[in-house]
Design a binder for this molecule. Sequence first.
Ligand SMILES: CC(C)(COP(=O)(O)OP(=O)(O)OC[C@H]1O[C@@H](n2cnc3c(N)ncnc32)[C@H](O)[C@@H]1OP(=O)(O)O)[C@@H](O)C(=O)NCCC(=O)NCCS
Length: 180
Amino acid sequence: MTFRVLDEWAIDSTLDQFLRQSLQAAFPVDQAIFAVTRAWNCCAPSFTILFEDDTGKLIAHGGVHERVIRIQGEAVRVAGFQNVFVNEPFRGRGRVDQLLQRMLEESARRNFDVAMLFCKPQLIKTYARTNWVYEPDRSVINITASGTTAPVAAINQMMWHPLIRPDLPAGPVDLRGYDW
Ligand SMILES: CC(C)(COP(=O)(O)OP(=O)(O)OC[C@H]1O[C@@H](n2cnc3c(N)ncnc32)[C@H](O)[C@@H]1OP(=O)(O)O)[C@@H](O)C(=O)NCCC(=O)NCCS
């Protein structure tokens, strides 16, 4: 089993198409988006990690979207984990933990302050296994298409993980754009 770290410029149109097909299979409700782009919620990955078996078959995938957010005015450079999936035949064996660990290592190497993701409430316990922090009382604000601010929808729960910074400043998170 191997991991491939690919900067966005290294993904050609054939691989882009394969990844979009895989994303459509993993996220059926978002098929229309992934038929066109991997930039979910208009947030494109800067780099992508592919976890593959010895025959080159895709086990799991994660994208990392770069963002500078603000908390009480303080800028925080965030590795935004997005489009994380484990291919159906490989699920239920903790493969997601291995993928996340590799994504965290690579994000630390690239000097991000922290990693952050948004997940369905039922996956909080899965991510907590790899020491992702869940703070249900912290408010997270995004900017809607009309330019107004609004809390991120409850279906997308924010979790974060220390990298260069051991902690996040206290206070509401201003994503300064969409969640990813
Ligand atoms: C969520 C996901 C990444 C978890 O990956 P994974 O490597 O299968 O994770 P785990 O092995 O820890 O299994 C997670 C849960 O799925 C259950 N599971 C077992 N076999 C399964 C299967 N064939 N299909 C789906 N889930 C299965 C496990 O029992 C486990 O439940 P538990 O935590 O209550 O024990 C994967 O199911 C997936 O890609 N889902 C579709 C895309 C998605 O929702 N991505 C997350 C976006 S935030």
